[in-house]
Design a protein around this ligand. Structure first.
Ligand code: GDP
Length: 307
């Protein structure tokens, strides 16, 4: 069975680890958000690609949910001594990824090509596809002006009012090679529990992706990142509200209309099933929290059962 997942960072990484453990990992393709890519110290950082890659390679830091395990931050302290900005805390091992990626991009390689090389070197079997090889940058509109996603998320810790979200460059971007074909040829498309506005939203803003999701014969199944009226973590609640969407599985389903077919929701949210049905979405109430590997795999199995 060929499976395609649309993914952001931390929430997606957990479900993807479960999926990779539950099926032939070479049958899994993952389309990853690059809207929150950023330039740090002159290096091209792809936070979501790296979280997913590190998780699947078994080297993701479990406590932080991003970056590499067994990390040190000696370069960061040395940069602080030079007065360089240090709010984006790059670790020493993690730096190697950004150095290789930046070098390859400057030498003219595409982001998809260097992503495939990095993933192969770390022993990652599923196919990792950036949503686009071209720059799409998620920008947050606030009362004081526009912020890059990492300025909003990491530097300002989401403590600003959000008026709106833009995906700069999306209208002119093309899906990376293989993205549309993977969606077209899949038996199952999984929308990971990721931020609908700033992780999945940028993927959907790349021309052709939403049409491919509408046209595919695959079952499209999502996992709600919203449980009991709030995001499990991060700013998904505030961002759904800024979009005028309810902070509930209904808001998630509306963000993924008209192509979402099944939404896995927490048992406490089971009452939203009739309203979801009105959108053509079947609700499946289950345990959607993934605090450990066992529950990652258990949730992945429920996802795969929807095919
Ligand atoms: P990030 O925001 O860049 O960290 O990356 P994501 O787009 O993956 O955002 C994390 C999303 O995953 C948030 O909206 C969380 O609510 C959601 N999330 C995190 N952990 C879990 C979990 O165990 N279960 C579910 N259902 N959602 C989760």
């Amino acid at each position: 069975m060929r499976v395609v997942a649309l993914a952001g960072g931390t929430g997606a990484a957990k479900l993807l680890r479960g999926l990779a453990a539950s099926l032939d990992p070479s049958a899994l393709s993952i389309v990853v958000n690059t809207g929150d890519d950023a330039e740090v110290w002159g290096l091209h950082v792809s936070p979501d690609l790296d979280s997913v890659m590190y998780a699947l390679a078994g080297v993701l830091d479990a406590g932080r949910g991003w970056g590499r395990a067994d990390e040190t931050f000696r370069c960061l302290s040395a940069m602080a001594a030079y007065g360089a900005p240090t709010w984006f805390g790059l670790g020493d091992r993690d730096l190697a990824t950004h150095l290789v990626r930046t070098h390859a991009l400057r030498a003219g390689q595409s982001l998809s090509a260097v992503t495939a090389d990095l993933a192969r070197a770390l022993g990652v079997a599923p196919r990792l596809l950036p949503m686009s090889d071209e720059a799409v940058r998620t920008t947050i509109r606030t009362p004081d002006g526009r912020l890059g996603f990492q300025e909003y998320f990491v530097r300002d810790k989401c403590q600003v009012d959000v008026l709106g979200v833009d995906y700069d460059g999306a209208a002119g971007a093309r899906p990376a090679p293989g993205v549309l074909e993977a969606i077209r040829d899949a038996h199952l498309v999984v929308v990971c529990p990721s931020n609908p506005v700033t992780s999945v939203g940028p993927i959907l803003a790349v021309p052709g992706v939403a049409d491919a999701l509408t046209a595919t014969r695959a079952t499209v199944v999502g996992v709600s990142p919203i449980v009991g009226g709030a995001a499990v973590s991060g700013p998904a609640g505030a961002l759904l509200r800024a979009r005028g969407l309810p902070v509930s599985p209904i808001g998630v389903a509306r963000a993924y209309a008209p192509w979402l077919r099944v939404l896995l929701v927490a048992r406490e949210d089971a009452a939203c099933a009739p309203e979801l049905a009105a959108f053509g979405v079947t609700a499946v109430a289950t345990d959607v929290m993934m605090p450990d590997r066992e529950r990652e795999t258990a949730l992945a199995r429920v996802v795969l059962e929807q095919a």
